[in-house]
Design a protein around this ligand. Structure first.
Ligand code: 5AD
Ligand code: SF4
Length: 443
């Protein structure tokens, strides 16, 4: 049997895609292996979102070259967003045999086969229809409790800084029946949490090709998944402030198994920056959405993404981001300094003019403030009781388990005979800025 080693960079969507690829290859007689030394085929599923994500992959390719020097028949393929963006230049690397964009994974077996005739293969065709709806991913996660499900692909938003629409193509929604089927199969296999993935889940819309009046929107989709079982937790990301309607919030409030957590990237607190980013909302509209979330789901955790040092960002713009953070008090945030991506609208029309040192300084200020807010948010949970889904044994202490609250906070607690996949109630006894310390209580 041929052995494949897959390395995945970037977002959760890429983790899901690697599982799809594995499923496609398994049918061709491949089996997953755990090291590059034992692999006949090495695949690296790549990310282009920031420059450093791409630099890491170039470093890995140089590393694979050492292995290839020992074994000439080793095949190396680059998949995903960077394959789509960098194209031929990747094929010029002496280790690379295959370059395959995110919509071409069905053709991988043929590409591997054709290598005998031509050592280099590239397919970067983007599709308006491919959702891989009929392919059941081979789950590579270790806990067997929580899994990702892709509900849509691509993005139509054209935020001026972002490479995603160029590398993942236009937005398309997946047939809800295939999503529910996949979630059901996971539940029957013992999984207790599904995380529905899309670049902008709020614009999910399925139009039945047989009967175009029959449609499913995102609020309806999460209800369909929640109805599989009250013991199946439903999470999703990413929400978009311009599209997140109240319907989703009401669905969340109605089903206790839809986790009360919303990841709502703000990117900046300055209206001038939001306009320049083409985010299609302003600060007031964003805050209106935050207030609505708090009104309909009072215990909701709210997390975000923030970019520091976008083109022409002034100290006032930066301060507006800090003041928005103070206003919202996010439970958690992913924070980045702006990284210019070639051929995006920003790269073509704006100057990346905030000096690197200043970007880093602003980012550090944002991180410091968020750390304070994360700690405060955790401190507020001390004394509260949460239902937690056990995911596994704590890394630091084998006698302890870890799991997540509905708000996605990691809890650790003494095992008391429980195991991964169980639901337990825990009382929070203490915290750090990253973890809730807790103990199991009878409910
Ligand atoms: N530079 C820095 N951060 C970026 N993001 C997207 N594009 C860039 C870029 N060019 C961030 C955004 C997005 C998250 C996934 O990555 O905050 O929400
Ligand atoms: Fe995911 Fe975006 Fe990276 Fe592509 S570029 S892998 S969509 S984070």
């Amino acid at each position: 049997m041929n052995k494949v080693f897959i390395e995945t960079y970037g977002c959760q969507m890429n983790v899901y895609d690697s599982e799809l690829v594995l499923s496609i290859l398994k049918k061709e007689g491949y089996e997953l292996c755990g090291s590059i030394e034992s692999a006949d085929l090495i695949l690296v599923n790549t990310c282009s979102i920031r420059e450093n994500a791409e630099q890491r992959v170039w470093g890995r390719l140089d590393h694979f070259l050492q292995e290839k020097r020992k074994r000439q028949d080793l095949i190396v393929g680059v998949l995903g967003c960077m394959a789509e963006r960098v194209k031929e230049k990747l094929l010029e690397h002496p280790v690379v045999n295959i370059v395959a964009g995110p919509d071409t994974y069905r053709t991988l077996p043929k590409m591997i086969n054709d290598i005998r005739e031509n050592a280099k293969q590239m397919n970067i065709q983007l599709s308006r229809h491919e959702t891989y709806a009929d392919i059941t991913p081979v789950r590579t996660d270790k806990n067997g409790v929580s899994a990702f499900i892709s509900i849509m692909r691509g993005c139509n938003n054209m935020c001026t800084y972002c490479i995603v629409p160029y590398v993942r193509g236009s937005e398309r929604s997946r047939d809800p029946h295939s999503i529910v089927r996949e979630a059901k199969e996971l539940f029957e296999a013992g999984y207790r949490e599904v995380n529905l993935l899309g670049q902008n889940v709020d614009s999910y819309l399925w139009v039945d090709p047989e009967n175009p009046t029959n449609t499913t929107n995102f609020a309806q989709l999460i209800e369909l998944v929640a109805l599989i079982s009250p013991k199946l937790r439903v999470r999703f990301s990413t929400s978009h402030p311009k599209d997140m309607g109240n319907g989703v919030l009401y669905s969340m409030a109605m089903y206790p198994n839809i986790c009360s957590h919303i990841h709502l990237p703000v990117q900046s607190g300055s209206d001038r920056m939001l306009e320049k980013m083409n985010r299609k909302y302003d600060r007031a509209k964003y805050m209106e959405r935050i207030h609505k979330i708090r009104e309909i789901i009072p215990d909701a955790a709210i997390t975000t993404d923030i970019i520091a040092g976008y083109c022409s960002e002034t100290i006032e713009d930066h301060k507006a981001t800090l003041s928005l953070m103070e206003e919202v008090k996010y439970d958690y945030a992913f924070m980045f300094q702006y990284s210019m991506r070639p051929n995006t609208y920003a790269a073509r029309h704006f100057t990346d003019d905030v000096p690197l040192e200043e970007k880093t300084r602003r980012l550090n200020e944002i991180i410091e403030l968020q750390n304070r807010h994360s700690l405060e948010s955790n401190q507020k949970d001390v004394g509260k009781v949460f239902e937690v889904l056990v995911e596994g044994t704590s890394k630091k202490n084998k006698e302890e388990l870890f799991g997540r609250t509905p708000g996605n906070k990691v809890c650790v607690f003494p095992a008391c005979g429980h195991k991964a996949g169980d639901y337990v109630h825990v009382k929070v006894t203490g915290c750090t800025s990253a973890t809730l310390l807790s103990e199991i209580v009878e409910q």
